[in-house]
Design a protein around this ligand. Structure first.
Ligand code: ADP
Length: 161
């Protein structure tokens, strides 16, 4: 059984993340989307909210599960008996950080490979940060996130009238 872990903050999940998940689900027997606790990033959504938003988005994918983790990623990957870490690459700007992370994870555990997936071109400009910024300013994020994520964003960010 080939298991891959797709780790990230997912604060919140976007269509770009979903695109990467769907591509990975075709390559692996099982994909676990692992939401990082990441308190240092001061997420907008709580861990439970981020997990719930991912869970709903992947409900139609039978070989995709959602989980959360804290601590060292390679330890979590080994504990789940996974062979690969999936990461998304949007642009050259992602490369340097992702390259460093992948090589560091290989140093920590050389049995684990990192696989990079490119999203559909229309999602290459998408990030959770930019989606939050647009929603905060009252912009329409309908084409960037699943409908239930849009509802959650509006609930969190729209000024109460
Ligand atoms: P992190 O805090 O770990 O960067 P993110 O949730 O921001 O968590 O991203 C998780 C992974 O998904 C990263 O590898 C990131 O590059 C990738 N990613 C984020 N947005 C997109 C997108 N629009 N298209 C493809 N990959 C993406």
């Amino acid at each position: 059984m080939r298991i891959a872990i797709y780790p990230g903050s997912f604060d919140p999940l976007t269509n770009g993340h979903l695109d990467v998940i769907q591509r990975a689900a075709k390559l692996f027997d099982r994909v676990i989307v692992a939401v990082a606790v990441n308190e240092s990033k001061q997420p907008l959504f709580t861990l439970a909210e981020r997990v719930a938003l991912v869970k709903k988005a992947v409900a139609h994918l039978p070989n995709v599960a959602t989980d959360s983790f804290d601590g060292l990623l390679v330890e979590y990957v080994a504990a789940r008996k996974a062979k690969a870490i999936v990461r998304g690459l949007r642009a050259i700007s992602d490369f340097e950080f992702e390259f460093q992370l992948a090589l560091m994870n290989r140093k920590l555990d050389e049995n684990i490979e990192t696989i990079f997936m490119m999203p559909k071109d229309t999602y290459t400009f998408l990030s959770s940060r930019i989606v939050k910024e647009i929603a905060r300013l009252g912009g329409d994020v309908r084409s960037f996130v699943p409908a239930h994520v849009q509802v959650a964003l509006n609930r969190k960010l729209k000024p109460k009238k």
